[in-house]
Design a protein around this ligand. Structure first.
Ligand code: PBG
Length: 323
């Protein structure tokens, strides 16, 4: 046998030198669930190791994460006051603007602050847009999302990330931001987001499950690849600065396809259900978390992602699972 690929797999040093994919800590984004009460914290049953936190606790945690080299956060607001139009999420003095200002004051430009823009955690019906006659209204939702994005941007968010999947929201947010002199605020669009059962634990964490029906009239059908790419292409045209594929693990082909068709930086969102499955299997001793987590996180980079949003991020760095 002349040709032996195994020659190059012989030693650790050789394998490290020839690794085709590398994941740097700078690529990781840690999601956080932010509570209204600054001193509060609570566990999330389906997401062991992840806590909802008020702003004071969040600052302590983010400070520790910065020491690990984890310098990007994605913030979700958890609202106890909900109404038909998600007023709490759009207030200039709401809980996310408050958290953004506090984080900015504490860490300045060392921290990249990304905020989720969506109404579902602040509407009493739990849908991502305005609900009328049982239908989620696209165009009526756009100005509300723009208001929410403006509140976050004025507070100092670096990046706003619309996750609602209404048509035209990237253009609506870009126009609103530019008109208000916030042209430096970037948009990370959840451009290719599927209607997925992998969001189950998140909806427990954020109490954001729809009270009626499901999200299939706005989020993508998991069976569709062409439509998935089209959504990202459209958001690129509308003025998004970065794109996203979500969930990530069952959609590596989608990450690769969007990477091939779009020039913008691309994020992979390793969502709550993907996290919970690993945690549950690891607790039972069925998989080795130390090995499976880096294998999963690097698969997103191999598929073509530039950024990796994952609940595993902090633990993976803290425990040295990724260098
Ligand atoms: C809000 C939103 C969801 C997630 C991120 N933003 C839930 C949903 O669309 O139902 C899911 C994140 C996760 O599961 O980790 N629209």
């Amino acid at each position: 046998m002349r040709i032996r690929p195994r020659r190059l797999r012989r030693t650790t040093v050789l394998r490290e030198a020839l690794a085709e994919t590398r994941l740097a800590r700078e690529q990781l984004v840690q999601p956080h669930f932010v509570l209204p009460d600054a001193n509060a914290s609570s566990d999330i049953a389906a997401m062991p190791g992840i806590q909802r936190m008020g702003t004071r606790r969040l600052i302590a945690r983010v400070g520790a994460d910065l020491e690990l080299g984890l310098a990007s956060v994605l913030l979700f607001g958890l609202y106890d006051e909900k109404d038909a139009l998600g007023s709490a999420a759009r207030a200039d003095d709401g809980l996310i603007p408050y958290a953004v200002r506090a984080l900015r004051e504490a860490f300045g430009e060392r921290l990249t602050i990304v905020t989720d823009v969506c109404l579902c955690a602040s509407t009493e019906h739990g849908h991502c847009g305005v609900l009328r006659d049982g239908q989620v209204q696209n165009d009526e939702t756009l100005p509300l999302l723009a208001e929410m994005a403006l509140a976050h941007a004025r507070a100092g968010a670096d990046v706003v990330a619309p996750s609602d999947m209404m048509d035209g929201r990237v253009a609506a947010l870009r126009d609103a931001l530019d008109q208000q002199g916030l042209s430096a605020t970037a948009i990370l669009s959840y451009s290719t987001k599927f209607a997925s059962a992998f969001y189950g634990p998140f909806r427990e964490a954020a109490a954001s499950a729809p009270k009626s029906g499901d999200r299939k009239s706005y989020q993508l059908d998991p069976r569709n690849l062409r439509e998935a790419v089209r959504e990202s292409v459209l958001d690129e045209r509308e003025g998004a600065d970065m794109l996203m594929v979500k969930p990530a693990l069952a959609y590596l082909d989608v990450i690769a396809a969007v990477r091939a068709r779009c020039a913008l930086p691309l994020a992979a969102y390793n969502v709550s259900g993907e996290y919970s499955m690993v945690k549950a299997a690891a607790e039972k001793g069925w998989v080795d978390e130390r090995v499976i987590v880096p294998e999963i996180l690097r698969s997103f980079v191999r598929a073509g992602a530039d950024l990796v949003i994952s609940y595993h991020a902090r633990e993976a760095l803290e425990k040295g699972w990724i260098a």
